[in-house]
Design a protein around this ligand. Structure first.
Ligand SMILES: [Zn+2]
Length: 249
């Protein structure tokens, strides 16, 4: 790190759990954020401010007026623009040292697996089960830690799936595919604006901890937030020995 970086990141470097070594790892890291919406906004902003070297932002959507209530990566003048381009501009204003790679597409198939393979940590900030399962499969296949977040109405959840740890479940262990899980979306159900900020910020925190190798990641634990009661609960998660995605590994 140069002198400017030592100054910019001094409040991280002062933390003994992070220090120069941890911040160096953050500055040299590549993080994939899938989804530049309610969760991806705060997650990407904190990751950029904290100095993650390369941020890959994947989202095929454009900014809509209904997004602005919570998607703080975007502003009024961004309406109609690609979210990844609006997001890249916001992140560049926050921290010009971060290289932002905008992918204006719904990342899937080989392209998804390739991007996951290049990343040190993957954040699932998407809003549908098809994408969530695809990201999980790619992370299991490539052995990459996945920080998963979700927010709907007043309910939020976060967990970390890291198959490098023997006891870690994967997303599929928790939410098996094909089970009749009802897809509930913000467009229909609504979502409390700061809830997405809280959940996205927790995802950024978990990603930075993984990069700096400090603390205890949310592996094997599902953190649940009821924002109406402002009540946090933690559920212990076990690995499903018959999971179709991770059991053969
Ligand atoms: Zn599994």
């Amino acid at each position: 790190m140069n002198d400017d970086q030592l100054l910019r990141y001094s409040r991280h470097i002062l933390l003994p759990q992070i220090g120069i070594e941890g911040q160096d790892a953050i500055v040299n890291a590549r993080v994939l954020v899938v989804g530049a919406g309610g969760l991806g906004s705060p997650a990407a902003m904190y990751l950029a401010a904290a100095g993650v070297g390369t941020l890959v932002l994947a989202d095929g959507d454009t900014v809509d007026l209904t997004n602005l209530q919570r998607q703080i990566l975007h502003s009024q003048e961004g309406v109609g623009r690609l979210k990844v381009e609006s997001g890249r501009d916001t992140l560049a204003r926050l921290n010009p040292e971060v290289k932002v790679v905008p992918l204006a597409c719904r990342l899937e198939g080989e392209a998804l697996e390739e991007e996951v393979g290049l990343a040190d940590v993957v954040l699932d900030c998407s809003d549908n089960f098809v994408t969530r399962h695809a990201i999980n499969r790619a992370c299991v296949a490539r052995g990459k830690p996945l920080v998963s977040g979700a927010a709907i109405r007043f309910d939020g959840q976060v967990s970390v799936f890291d198959l490098r740890q023997a006891e870690s479940p994967c997303y599929h262990c928790l939410f098996p595919e094909g089970e009749d899980v009802e897809e509930i979306r913000c467009a229909v159900m609504g979502v409390f604006a700061p809830l997405t900020g809280i959940v996205g910020a927790v995802q950024a925190a978990e990603a930075l901890k993984l990069l700096a190798d400090c603390g205890e990641p949310l592996v094997g634990r599902l953190l649940l937030l009821d924002a109406l009661a402002m009540d946090w609960r933690t559920i212990r998660l076990g690995r499903d020995p018959s999971c179709q995605v991770c059991a053969q590994r």
